[in-house]
Design a protein around this ligand. Structure first.
Ligand code: ZN
Ligand code: ZN
Length: 401
């Protein structure tokens, strides 16, 4: 059996203005992999579908989001290290500042992680018969989990996403479960506001003229329901190297183990060599290693063509050579396009390359959106990715006799 590394460059696909960042970047290593391997174009979720990062990653790794997508909240909660039980309802959470019920700062001045940790101790552990689990992650971010009977994911968010009045949580269907969940969340918000407003950390912030972190805004509700792991489904052990909580969460959801790489920050300053070295280490004991790099997506959202191009050049220089030395099959692709001209995700295909020793090659010499149109993998969708990888790893099961 061969081992595999799957590098997902988040949001790498783009549109030509007149070149795409992949076309403009100097990336001899990625181009060498494309020249020696086989390439194509990938629509992760479906042709023309504009994917979120969570649904697209699920699809790349062989899971149908229409069936198993639990919502963003549970994936974030898993990603920051909360163990979820069947039926848990989870939200993404932000420390924020409200004044007279109006959200004046959605990130509470981007409070530092230490302050957020201190404030987290004031969050209640239960309301009525429901257990409350809150964990802060980086800066103002965190996740909230409700655990108990009779809960529902069908409730509204309390994050207004703009400077306006913080809404109450409302049930989104007529079920007693949604009614109960909304009631618990509203009691939670009231409790948290009262506790945080009195917190010494916030009094200190106010004395310095800084916005107090006096509320938690909730969004992305979802209910956790487990899925068969990749080990159960494909008989392989998977590891994930990612800085961002969402990607770690997706990996944990499908049964991968999380490898920590020091300096893998999940942003544009991430230490790519540390990620490469963590991948080398993970390959000693795991069959498939998923490496995630976020920066290109962020530059795409900012409309920063040069930043995105330079990030690709950094990946090529700092990460790819380490992966090339491993001898594993290498898959490089994106989860979706984030064109700088649109500053948003789009439904355009992303290039994909597969390089492995003694495998087929095509005539494509460069790794970019246009060159890979001619590639030997053709146009594939997310559901094809794992079967192609498993076949290359010699782990595909025979269909028939
Ligand atoms: Zn993405
Ligand atoms: Zn994005």
């Amino acid at each position: 059996m061969k081992k595999a590394v799957v590098l997902v460059i988040d949001g790498v696909g783009d549109l030509p203005t007149p070149k795409t960042p992949l076309q403009a970047a100097k990336k001899p290593n990625l181009d060498q992999l494309a020249a020696e391997g086989i390439t194509g174009l990938l629509s992760t979720v479906g042709r023309g579908v504009v994917p979120g990062s969570d649904t697209s990653h699920l699809r790349i790794f062989g899971y149908e989001p229409k069936i198993c997508y639990p919502g963003r909240g549970p994936l974030e909660a898993l990603g920051i290290g909360i163990d979820l039980h069947e039926g848990d309802v989870a939200f993404r959470a932000n420390f924020a500042t409200i004044n007279d019920g109006v959200v004046v700062d959605r990130r509470a001045g981007r409070i530092d992680t230490a302050t957020a940790s201190a404030l987290s101790t004031l969050v209640p552990n239960s309301i009525e018969d429901v257990e409350i689990i809150f964990k802060n992650s980086v800066e103002h971010r965190g996740a909230l989990v409700l655990r108990g009977s009779g809960l529902s994911r069908c409730v509204s968010e309390t994050d207004p996403h703009a400077k306006e009045k913080m809404p109450l949580c409302e049930p989104e269907d007529d079920s007693p479960e949604a009614e109960k969940t909304a009631r618990i969340i509203n009691k939670f918000t009231e409790f948290v506001y009262a506790a945080l407003s009195k917190a010494p950390e916030n009094k200190k912030r106010e004395a310095k003229g800084l916005p107090p972190a006096n509320v938690l805004l909730l969004r992305g509700p979802g209910m956790f329901s487990s899925v068969p792991s990749i080990t159960e489904r494909f008989d392989i052990k998977g590891a994930c190297i990612a800085g961002g909580a969402l990607y770690r969460g997706v990996a944990k959801f499908i049964g991968m183990d999380i490898f920590l790489a020091p300096g893998a920050t999940g942003d544009r300053h991430t230490d790519l060599k540390a990620k490469g070295n963590a991948a080398v280490k993970a390959l000693e004991t795991y069959d498939l290693v998923f490496v995630h790099v976020k920066g290109c997506d962020s530059f795409g959202h900012d409309g920063d063509f040069n930043g995105k191009t330079k990030m690709i050049e950094r990946i090529d220089k700092e990460l790819i050579p380490i992966l090339m030395k491993t001898g594993a099959c290498i898959v490089v692709t994106g989860d979706h396009s984030t064109p700088c001209s649109r500053k948003e995700h789009s439904g355009h295909e992303v290039p994909i390359l597969l390089f492995a020793k003694d495998e087929r090659s095509d005539k494509v010499k460069k790794f970019d959106e246009i060159s890979c149109m001619e590639g030997g993998l053709g146009h594939i969708t997310g559901k094809h990715v794992m079967p192609i990888i498993l076949n290359t790893m010699e782990k595909a099961k025979k269909y028939g006799s």
